[in-house]
Each structure stands twice: as C-alpha cells, then as structure tokens.
Ligand binder design. Structure first.
Ligand code: ZN
Length: 130
C-alpha cells in the first residue's frame, strides 16, 4: 500500500480545514441558539408562551433538535480532527478496518471518513462493539 502523494494530501488537508471551519461555525451558531433559549428560561421570561403549552412543547422540541444537531456536528468535527492528524502521520486515506486505500472520489465527498464504502456499509449493518 503506497501512501497518498503530497499533492493530494495537501488538497485533502485544505478540504478538511475548510470543512472544520464550516462545522465550527455551525456549532457556534447552534450553541448560541441553545444558550439564548436557556437564558430566557432562567430569567423566568416564560410570559411569551406560558399561556400556550403547545408553543412551549414546540420550543422544547426545537431545543432538543438543536442539541441533537450539535452533537452530530461535534462528532463530525472530531472525525475531521482525527483525519487531519492522519494527514500529518501520512496514514490518511487508508480504511481503518480493511487497511485498503479509500477511493479519492469518496474522500472528496466526505474527507473526514475513516472507512471505505464496503466497511462503512458493514458497520451500519453490524455496529462495532465499543
Ligand atoms: Zn475498508
């Protein structure tokens, strides 16, 4: 297995850094949203929807949805960081499970992936025990 050449590593490094910046921006935005809602509640400012239980339920749902979204983004962010470390270690682009090269087409679409399509599909069918 030959490692990816430097030109491609640089290309994916830039791609990963751009992805990282984008996700970090999204997360900041989500955190601000969640924080705003909590602060409003902490301040006892429920007057806006205390008379409307349905609205309040929607608000809670929105917040849970935002939190779920934030944790997904956080996971991707961690994967991006791992991938960036692999670029420095020259191990980038190698499937973690079967140790074969991940096709560049897949890496271009999902630069932070650690698995080739085959292993990813297997994993989705039978999640690894953590
Ligand atoms: Zn694989």
């Amino acid at each position: 297995m030959k490692p990816m050449d430097k030109k491609n590593l640089d290309k994916f490094k830039k791609l990963l850094q751009a992805t990282r910046a984008k996700i970090a921006g999204n997360l900041q935005h989500l955190e601000k949203d969640t924080l705003n809602t909590s602060q409003r509640e902490a301040a006892g400012d429920l007057s806006g929807y205390s008379l409307h239980m349905a609205d309040q339920a929607t608000d809670n749902f929105d917040r849970e949805f935002t939190l779920g979204l934030a944790s997904t983004e956080q996971k991707v962010l961690n994967m991006v960081d791992v991938a960036l470390r692999k670029i420095d270690d020259k191990g980038y682009g190698i499937c973690e499970t079967c140790k074969k090269a991940i096709p560049q087409k897949r890496l271009t679409a999902m630069p932070y992936t650690a698995l080739c399509i085959k292993c990813q599909e297997l994993e989705e069918k039978e999640p690894r025990q953590v």
